[in-house]
Design a protein around this ligand. Structure first.
Ligand code: B12
Length: 219
């Protein structure tokens, strides 16, 4: 059974890489019929496929049309699996994350790939959308008593907004209540920290490891 499950998850991931929506949908149904928990199919199948797409993209082995094709296949699978996540599959959340693409920036793919990866790792995520003004982050941090605020910054210029964001969080008296984390291709961990954030990653899976580390270090 173990081997069969791994094989199916491998095929699901491969179908995402191949941009094959029909195959993704078929494999998702097959996974559910085989009794594989939806959460695991998202993490080990769909997200694993997007991870591979990210690697191929970074190595310039594929280009934007392929990335977008894989994202479409990914969403087609997510549409089938997400409603099947049983409440008891999520014992308790590790932490709550409010996140969105920062103002001046409308790149959405990175955020939409990162969110299910975080959810698959048992983080509760509230998606604030695109072009998010600082006031909206502040409101959401308070409303959801967030542990993390995720700033999606996909250009050098919008990465610089992190500094203003942190200043405004301080003014609102909430800076010490949340970990401020950033993501996107243009981020740099040291520079993010210089701007007052806690950390930054250009890879959602590395971010998960880093977020768990922050929780462990600070409680
Ligand atoms: C697709 C794309 C677009 C699409 C966006 C479509 C969409 N719906 O998102 C379109 C065509 C609209 C676009 C527009 C522009 N773009 Co553009 N775009 C890209 C491109 C090619 C791919 C981005 C992408 O989807 N990557 C795939 C995802 C999965 O990767 P990712 O975003 O890094 O996300 C991963 C991690 O960063 C992490 N992550 C993501 N979010 C978060 C959040 C948190 C909190 C954490 C912890 C982690 C995390 O998880 C993901 C998985 O690991 C990049 C090139 C590149 N190298 O990235 C340029 C790029 C980002 N764009 C760029 C530019 C300049 C622009 C434009 C200004 C172009 C123009 N002159 O019009 C406009 C800006 C519009 C605006 N105001 O935002 C530049 C930015 C350069 C810079 N360093 O400043 C890039 C780098 C291209 C380049 N080399 O010049 N773009």
């Amino acid at each position: 059974m173990m081997g069969q499950k791994e094989e199916l998850m491998g095929k699901l991931a491969e179908a995402v890489v191949e941009m094959d929506i029909a195959a993704v949908e078929a494999k998702c149904h097959e996974a559910l019929e085989a009794g594989i928990p939806a959460f695991e199919a998202i993490t080990d199948g769909l997200s694993a496929g997007m991870k591979k797409v990210g690697e191929l993209w970074n190595n310039m082995e594929i280009f934007m049309p392929e990335v977008m094709g894989s994202v479409d296949a990914y969403y087609a699978g997510l549409k089938i699996l997400k409603p099947e996540i049983k409440q008891n599959e999520k014992t308790s959340y590790l932490a709550t994350v409010v996140m969105g693409t920062i103002w001046g920036d409308i790149h959405s793919v990175g955020k939409d790939v990162a969110i299910p990866v975080f959810e698959g790792e048992n983080f509760k995520v509230i998606d604030l959308g695109l072009d998010v003004p600082v006031e909206k982050y502040i409101e959401a941090i308070k409303e959801h008593q967030a542990d993390f605020v995720g700033l999606g910054t996909y250009m050098s210029e919008t990465f610089l907004h992190v500094k203003d964001c942190v200043e405004e969080f301080k003014k609102a008296g909430i800076r010490d209540q949340v970990f401020v984390i950033c993501g996107g291709p243009a981020v740099d961990s040291d520079f993010a920290k210089e701007m007052g954030a806690d950390d930054a990653w250009n890879d959602a899976w590395e971010a998960v490891a880093g977020m768990k580390k922050l929780i462990a270090q600070h409680g």
